[in-house]
Design a protein around this ligand. Structure first.
Ligand code: UFG
Length: 326
């Protein structure tokens, strides 16, 4: 049985959907529903039924019940806070949940002899890029508590591999975008801070203004460059990572991105094209902590996991807009 933590959230739910459709294994989803949604769990259950446990990683007793109650052999761990800016203002929240919560999870895995985990890591472990595209051996010097918690977990995973034979795949996501192409689930963060949903919200509502943060970067049009990877392609990467782990029993890390960078202005123009709407734009000063350019070198995931991004930025914007309108 596969345990998915954070399966009611944006990325977790899309991976659960793929597992329900493609795997014959049983699933148990563990989520505290603080940022995830029960309605997402209900939609997913209409695809194929699975167990859902509401609980908190910070309570070892919730985890003990979970591991006692279900015969888990692999874990995919999404449950985490994800807002960089918030992590700078309130690091305690990030260290307590993303770090201590994950240690609680890993310790229960060790106690219950569960030996495989796919871990949601991030491009934020690299910090300010020294070169792009960024490969997996790029120095890891995170510049905010969010990235630090993810790096610390990666390092703990190395120690747990050596000491307890716990094997892990760390997927370092770049910027994730889009929604289920059948429009059953999508991205619903409250508050929303991500670029594409914010532009699309302004496309849908003429009274809203899209706030662009910084047009004085040293890039082709002055705005930040990011690598937008489609959520369904990201879900495929998790399925492949789990298969790889089952087959090879080897720990490893992989960047999950497209190797294509888009500027904020390019994403804005692409959103205008998809929605065919006029979108109010306001240029603001830079947002704190935004690196200028983040683009993945994805050759390792392609060659070792046999992963291939299949959707374009326009595909992601189309599915994200369909979801927003629904
Ligand atoms: N941006 C705007 N206006 C907005 C939102 C974003 O101009 O309303 C700009 C940002 O300044 C940045 C770019 O769009 O230049 C992308 O911003 P996002 O917030 O969408 O994404 P980030 O690159 O900041 O963050 C991504 C993930 C986070 C993760 C982080 C780790 O979305 O969840 O990478 O580096 F934590």
């Amino acid at each position: 049985m596969i345990l998915v933590t954070g399966g009611a959230g944006y990325i977790g739910s899309h991976v659960v959907l793929r597992l329900l459709e493609e795997s014959d294994k049983d699933l148990v989803v563990f989520d505290n529903l603080e940022t995830g949604h029960m309605s997402t769990i209900e939609t997913l259950r209409s695809v194929r039924n699975f167990d859902f446990v509401r609980g908190n990683l910070k309570n070892p007793s919730d985890l003990e019940k979970l591991f006692k109650g279900f015969d888990v052999d692999s874990v995919i761990h999404f449950a985490a806070y994800i807002r960089v800016e918030e992590s700078v203002k309130n690091p305690r929240k990030y260290y307590s949940n993303n770090l201590v919560g994950t240690i609680n999870l890993l310790n229960k895995m060790v106690d219950h002899d569960v030996k495989r985990i796919v871990f949601s890591s991030t491009a934020a472990v690299y910090g300010e890029p020294k070169y792009v595209p960024i490969d997996e051996s790029h120095p890891r010097q995170p510049i905010n508590p969010y990235g630090k918690t993810k790096l610390m977990v990666e390092e703990i995973l190395d120690d747990y591999d050596r000491a307890y034979d716990l094997k892990s795949i760390r997927l370092r996501y770049f910027n994730v975008a889009g929604a289920d192409s059948e429009n059953r689930i999508g991205e619903s963060h409250i508050p929303e801070t991500h670029l594409i949903p914010n532009i699309l919200a302004s496309a849908k509502d003429p009274n809203k203004v899209f706030n662009l943060f910084g047009d004085d970067y040293d890039t082709k049009d002055g705005t930040c460059v990011r690598d937008y990877v489609n959520i369904e392609d990201l879900a495929s990467a998790h399925i492949l990572a789990l298969k790889y782990l089952e087959k090879t029993n080897q720990s490893d890390c992989f960047n999950i991105g497209t190797k294509n960078g888009s500027t904020v202005k390019e994403v804005f123009d692409a959103c205008k094209k998809v929605t065919n709407e006029k979108i109010n734009l306001k240029i603001n000063p830079r947002r704190d902590g935004d690196p200028q350019s983040l683009v993945a070198d994805n050759e390792k995931a392609k060659s070792i996991l046999n992963w291939q991004p299949e959707n374009t930025l326009l595909d992601s914007i189309k599915t994200a807009y369909a979801w927003l309108k629904k």
